[in-house]
Every structure is written in structure tokens, then in C-alpha cells.
Ligand binder design. Structure first.
Ligand code: DGL
Length: 266
């Protein structure tokens, strides 16, 4: 059985690339809902329905484990999928998110307890990051900034326009004396260098491109009953729900090398 990864668009390819490098022996299927991206400014019900469709598709493709590599979906839909959908539909499968690993890493890195989060509107409104961080460090100060223009810039291959937008988004967080910044969206590692250049190297930047593979490795070690079901043929398939003219180029940037994408319908 395979490991499934889901994102609202192409950003999850960054996480997938990290997993293929760190844990190459397994078989992976990635599904990016490029026809319906962005999710970040949609209602909770819509985000749940879209996420459930995608998770259902991946479970139907023989995935033992699905990683919801989208913060918005992790924040707004994951709990309901784990509590309502999965026990009925696939009780022996697992669906995991990307939010708690980032919260854990931030708590590990912060020294002054002031943690900034940039994320989509949906993730910020859910308050999922402050909730998870406070479970780990009750006295942490969490400052969130919704950054809704960043995903469209990335998905449209328009990073050259990011500079003034980033300056605007980051200024309120810098004013709060943060020493750690969570990139609370799977797309944002692509902006890591631009962000670090603006905030300086004294602020730790947490991106999901690197931390998810270590967390998954740890999870599989603690859950041999899941790990034993995974096949080891070193294969991967990359699926999207739309193939626009720019999709291949954006996917190549995010994945770090040319990709072969297959279009599917949900
Ligand atoms: N990839 C999603 C996330 O990590 C954001 C993209 C979207 O708005 O759909 O939050």
C-alpha cells in the first residue's frame, strides 16, 4: 500500500519532494486539487467537502496513510475527517496533517516565546496554530498574519511581484519581536529566501519542506502496524485535477525537477 499526499494545489509538491528524498523506499501518490485551488478563502464546509473528496480518492487508490499536506485543510477539515469519516469508511487507514509538526518545531526553536505565523485566511481564522502551540507552551505569544496573496502568486508563477507584498505582511509581526516564524502554508517554502532576507537571520523560519519527512519517519517507527503495510517499490505518481498551461512549470519549480503530471477527476 502507498503513502498519499494531498494539497489544495501544487504547494504540497515541496513536501512530497522532501519525502521522496528522505524516505525513498516507499510508494507515493500526490494529488493536487489544482482545479479548485485556492482553498484558503473558502467556507469551512466547502474546505471539508473538497478535502474529503481528495482523501477518499487517495484511500480508493490503496493508500494506507494520507498526509493532508495543506495547512488550510489540516486546520479546517482534518479533525472531522479523522473523527467522522475515517472510522466509518476506512477504520484501519490513517490521515495525518501538517500543522502539529510545525507547531512542535516552533516551540522547540523559540527562545523568547514570541512566535509568528503566516498562513491563509482559513488557517488564521481557525486559530489552529495558537491552539496547538498553547497546548505545548501555554505562555507562548502567537501572532498570526493572514497572507492571502501569496498562494495565487506562487500558483501563477509570479514570484517576482512578491517583494512589496511580503514587506507589508511581515511588518506587523516584526513589530511584535518574534524570534520564530512559521510558514503556515505548504506553498511558502518557495518564498523562504525572500522572507529570510527581509526578517534577518536572527529569526528562525520554520517550513514544512524539511520537517514533515522527519516527523513521518518518527510516526512510522512508532506505528509498525502501519509501516508494515507499506509497499517498497520506490514509485511515485503525481496527480492534479486540472492541467493549465502554467501547471507544469510551477510544478517543476516546486518539485525541484521536471515532473510528469496526470490529470484526474474527483
Ligand atoms: N496549500 C494551502 C495551505 O497550505 C494553501 C493554498 C490554498 O489556499 O488553497 O494552506
Amino acid at each position: 500500500m502507498k503513502i498519499g499526499l494531498f494539497d489544495s494545489g501544487l504547494g504540497g509538491l515541496i513536501v512530497t519532494h522532501g519525502l521522496l528524498r528522505a524516505l525513498p523506499k516507499y510508494d507515493y501518490i500526490y494529488l493536487g486539487d489544482t482545479a479548485r485551488v485556492p482553498y484558503g478563502n473558502r467556507s469551512q464546509e466547502m474546505i471539508y467537502q473538497f478535502t474529503r473528496d481528495a482523501v477518499e480518492y487517495l484511500l480508493g487508490q490503496d493508500c494506507q496513510l494520507v498526509i493532508v499536506a495543506c495547512n488550510t485543510a489540516s486546520a479546517q477539515a482534518l479533525r472531522r475527517i479523522q473523527q467522522e469519516y475515517l472510522p466509518q469508511a476506512y477504520p484501519d487507514r490513517r490521515v495525518l496533517g501538517v500543522l502539529i509538526p510545525a507547531a512542535e518545531e516552533a516551540v522547540k526553536q523559540t527562545k523568547n516565546g514570541n512566535i509568528g505565523v503566516i498562513a491563509t485566511q482559513g488557517t488564521v481564522q481557525s486559530d489552529a496554530y495558537p491552539r496547538e502551540i498553547h497546548k505545548l507552551q501555554p505562555d507562548a505569544n502567537v501572532f498570526q498574519q493572514a497572507t492571502p496573496l501569496l498562494v495565487p502568486l506562487i500558483e501563477n508563477d509570479s514570484l517576482k511581484y512578491a517583494a512589496p507584498i511580503l514587506d507589508d505582511y511581515l511588518a506587523p509581526l516584526l513589530a511584535k519581536n518574534i524570534d520564530t516564524l512559521i510558514l503556515g502554508c505548504t506553498h511558502y517554502p518557495l518564498l523562504k529566501q525572500q522572507i529570510q532576507a527581509r526578517i534577518g537571520d536572527k529569526i528562525a523560519v520554520i517550513g514544512q519542506d524539511t520537517i514533515i519527512s522527519a516527523k513521518l519517519n518518527d510516526y512510522l517507527r512508532r506505528h509498525p502496524e502501519i509501516e508494515q503495510k507499506l509497499t517498497r517499490h520506490e514509485t511515485h505518481r503525481l496527480l492534479t485535477t486540472d492541467l493549465a498551461p502554467s501547471t507544469g512549470e510551477v510544478a517543476k519549480q516546486l518539485f525541484g525537477r521536471p515532473v510528469q503530471l496526470e490529470k484526474i477527476a474527483l
